[in-house]
Design a protein around this ligand. Structure first.
Ligand SMILES: *Cc1c(COP(=O)(O)O)cnc(C)c1O
Length: 467
């Protein structure tokens, strides 16, 4: 399988090179040249598979032999052996027509583990095969950082630097990242927002000379592997729910920040999975909701909310969707992204807006709505939602028609966000892995959100590579 850039200026590359390139060298994002189509009979067969078997089938379409079959199987087995639930992403019925896909049974209790356990093992595999040094640079709104560190810590030949917005992540998120004491892990708490961190890493990755000198690799959802690994649970959840309800198609409500998770759903649908509506659930940082309703994508003022992992204004994966929206035309994407750079917004035509509305529904949670949803479901169904999942459930309530079946992606465990749960007057018991974090010392540096300062920190961490 070949991959191309949304901006059209990278020559075709294979799967492993796509993983290693992360951000496309022309500043765009890498996408499959042709999305594989899974026929209905094949879907029927896939519906009987375990999560790991399903992952293997789906990945195989994209890896196309670049990793020998038995080794790919091993990578998958190893990646999901760290999950606490045998089904990896079990589906729970909450009430009639309403299911959640629990994506938080991995080591750091958020859905990021699903892709990052695999990506960590894949980087380690590539490093062993090729002798290539892997230096990871990532930005996090809270969950990616912990998950990426957990995915690579202790693996030979890998160093990792994570930028997180100082004081803007939950206590548990901060502890998960910063209590890891390891020479190969550097936590930089930047004075700024997630958007500042994401902008800085995108600028550093776009400097191809710098990227190559330091073997910089990406773990953010600019990396196509993140998207690919996240398509698997859409298939898995669809199969479970279709069996139980006989629904022909299933809607998905997705708590959205960087548009990575929902883009995985869009990809699954394009591969042939009978997905109905894809519901974009946001919080007050609701640029994507605005785009889906009005056709104008315009980041505004950053807001801190009850769901900090979704406190994102500029959604990097949005460019992948734009590429398909404009008919896989890289010239058009480049034009729109240049317009975005110059004017700070993208406006699409009425005709394209009609298509957007066919592809997505959207609802942005405002004010107390998030907490009200947590309280209501805790009282009425005895199911404790984390604040991100609560945004998804609130959007389900607004966007799902009564006769439709919907799966909300439960993107995190409530214990990660006790600040919001406490505000609902709910007392929860922490899983052991989380309560033990509170006694550990933290390792982090607080710095300005400045490219030069960050480059200096990276050079210290990676110093042996420059020798
Ligand atoms: C990252 C994250 C999201 C947003 O996912 P995107 O792929 O960035 O849209 C939602 N919920 C939680 C708990 C997250 O960690």
């Amino acid at each position: 399988m070949n991959f191309v850039s949304t901006r059209g200026n990278v020559s075709k590359i294979g799967f492993i090179d796509t993983v290693l390139m992360g951000l496309a060298n022309d500043g765009g994002l890498l996408v499959p040249e042709k999305i594989p189509q899974i026929p209905a009979e094949k879907l029927q067969e896939m519906s009987k598979l375990t999560y790991q078997e399903l992952a293997y089938e789906i990945f195989s379409y994209y890896v196309e032999g670049e990793i020998p079959d038995n080794e790919l199987k091993e990578l998958i087995e190893k990646s999901y052996a760290t999950f606490r639930h045998p089904e990896v992403t079990p589906v729970q019925k909450v009430k009639d027509h309403m299911y959640v896909s629990e994506l938080f049974h991995g080591p750091t209790f958020a859905f990021k583990d699903i892709a990052l356990q695999f990506l960590g093992n894949l980087y380690s595999y590539v490093s062993k095969k090729t002798g290539e040094t892997i230096h990871i640079l990532g930005a996090t709104s809270g969950d990616t950082g912990a998950s990426a560190i957990e995915g690579v810590r202790g693996k030979e030949g890998i160093r990792i630097c994570i930028l997180h917005p100082h004081g803007k992540v939950s206590k548990v998120q901060e502890l998960q990242m910063t209590t890891v004491h390891d020479e190969s892990v550097l936590n930089l708490a930047i004075k700024g927002t997630f958007d500042d961190g994401q902008r800085i890493i995108k600028e550093l990755f776009a400097d191809v000379e710098f990227k190559n000198k330091y073997h910089l690799r990406a773990i953010n959802s600019i990396n196509f592997v993140r998207i690919l690994a996240q398509t698997v649970y859409y298939f898995y959840a669809y199969f479970q729910v279709a069996k139980e309800t006989n629904a022909k198609s299933v809607n998905f409500s997705v708590p959205t920040g960087n548009f990575g998770d929902i883009f995985a759903g869009y990809l699954a649908k394009k591969m042939g999975l009978p997905v109905g509506k894809l519901i974009v659930a946001t919080n007050e940082n609701n640029i994507l909701e605005g785009f889906i309703h009005e056709g104008v994508y315009k980041p505004g003022e950053f807001q801190s909310t009850f769901s900090p992992s979704m406190d994102i204004q500029v959604a990097s994966n949005f460019e992948r969707y734009l590429y398909y929206l404009v008919g896989e035309n890289p010239g058009k994407v480049t034009e729109l992204m240049n317009q975005f750079k110059a004017e700070g917004k993208i406006a699409v035509t009425e005709e394209l807006l009609l298509q957007v509305k066919k592809d997505f529904a959207a609802h942005g949670v405002v004010g107390e709505e998030c907490l009200e949803t947590i309280k209501k479901y805790n009282d009425e169904t005895n199911y404790l939602l984390d604040p991100h999942t609560a945004c998804g459930v609130a959007a389900f309530e607004v966007c799902n028609e009564p006769n439709e079946v919907c799966v909300t992606l439960a993107t995190a465990h409530p214990a990660k966000f006790n600040e919001s749960i406490e505000r609902c007057g709910i007392k929860q018991t922490f899983p052991e892995q989380i309560s033990q974090l509170f006694n550990k010392p933290q390792y982090l540096e607080v710095i300005e959100a400045d490219n030069q300062i960050i480059v200096r920190e990276l050079e210290k961490l990676f110093s042996f590579a420059a020798n």
